[in-house]
Design a protein around this ligand. Sequence first.
Ligand SMILES: *[C@@H]1O[C@H](CO)[C@@H](O)[C@H](O)[C@H]1NC(C)=O
Ligand SMILES: *[C@@H]1O[C@H](CO)[C@@H](O)[C@H](O)[C@H]1NC(C)=O
Ligand SMILES: *[C@@H]1O[C@H](CO)[C@@H](O)[C@H](O)[C@H]1NC(C)=O
Length: 349
Amino acid sequence: MHTVVFVPVYLLLVTPITTSWWAAGSNVVLDPKQICKKSRKFNDKMDKICNGKTKLLEFISHGVALGESECQYQFRFRKWNCTSARRSMRKVLLRDTRETGFVNAITAAAVTYEITKACTKGDLKNCFCDRKYNKNSKKNKMKGVKLPDGEWKWGGCGDNINYGFRKSKDFMDTRYKKKSDMKTLLKLHNYKAGRLAIKNHMTTECKCHGLSGSCNVKTCWRKMPLFREVGNRLKEHFDGAAKVIAGNDGHSFIPEGETIKSPGEEDLVYSEDTPNYCKLNRTIGSFGTGGRECNPTSQGEEGCDILCCNRGHTTRKETEERSCNCEFVYCCEVQCQTCRSDKNVSTCV
Ligand SMILES: *[C@@H]1O[C@H](CO)[C@@H](O)[C@H](O)[C@H]1NC(C)=O
Ligand SMILES: *[C@@H]1O[C@H](CO)[C@@H](O)[C@H](O)[C@H]1NC(C)=O
Ligand SMILES: *[C@@H]1O[C@H](CO)[C@@H](O)[C@H](O)[C@H]1NC(C)=O
């Protein structure tokens, strides 16, 4: 028997951030202080965010951290695993590969998400719940919005996605306004694709009122999808990303193949093929896949064949310990037993 002291749930949910894209302190990697320093003198929108009078900067950095951890979750079984090590991420962001596109999109999405969430919770001045839907009622032509059945009205506190979208754009896009080189065009496109992965996929949530749950009156509001769903969606867009080349006019891009249709607003774009992440290669910021855990029975990306780049893998037995048969003991402890089980762990050579 051992004892587990009750820890408030919110403490368990906060994952410590060791190295962050933020902390990397380079103007390639997103670092809000650097961005503020560079933009302050010539831009009013940026100044409003950077001058410290709003708490926006704080939620922007939460957003970058959220984007980072979601990226690592989505790529946990891939050769490139979205490691936040500066010497790797810097190299990734200097290119224009699918990976670059994904990092840019998920970062812009996560910044939008955190700002919007903060607004809904009332943590930001000058920002309010979305009540626009109330006024325009059901007459409002809402493209692609699935409305609830039965009797209902708009109410409650809707997520103000337009505010989050706009502030994320102000902070991330403004400094590129006067540029139209390929790298900038791709970056801005992927930023927008990231934000739209939230904005175009808002859901409607409702609550019943009335006598004993009779649901006589139903109020509904617009809500952001879970960020995991945003990550999954962007990962799909990563898999289907469109390769593009510079257009003739010098400030647009076109699909690389003539027969391929132009990428839509939500599609991710890239212009450089993914380099080989199998081996250690400093030029591209690759640590190689040696030592990575793989699944010997899978034929997919996480399978040992692909992840280990056909170099082979070794398997060792590991004993896993976990808490089990937990009981609540008055008051306030949880007592658990320790259960052990064997598992085979395979890693790439
Ligand atoms: C590292 O990657 C670059 C770019 O893909 C490639 O040209 C170079 O040959 C690689 N170096 C090694 C040692 O594999
Ligand atoms: C990513 O892979 C590297 C080795 O290639 C490993 O050292 C690192 O722990 C992995 N990071 C994450 C977040 O999984
Ligand atoms: C681990 O591998 C050994 C030898 O291949 C096998 O006998 C055993 O059943 C495996 N254990 C688990 C938990 O899969």
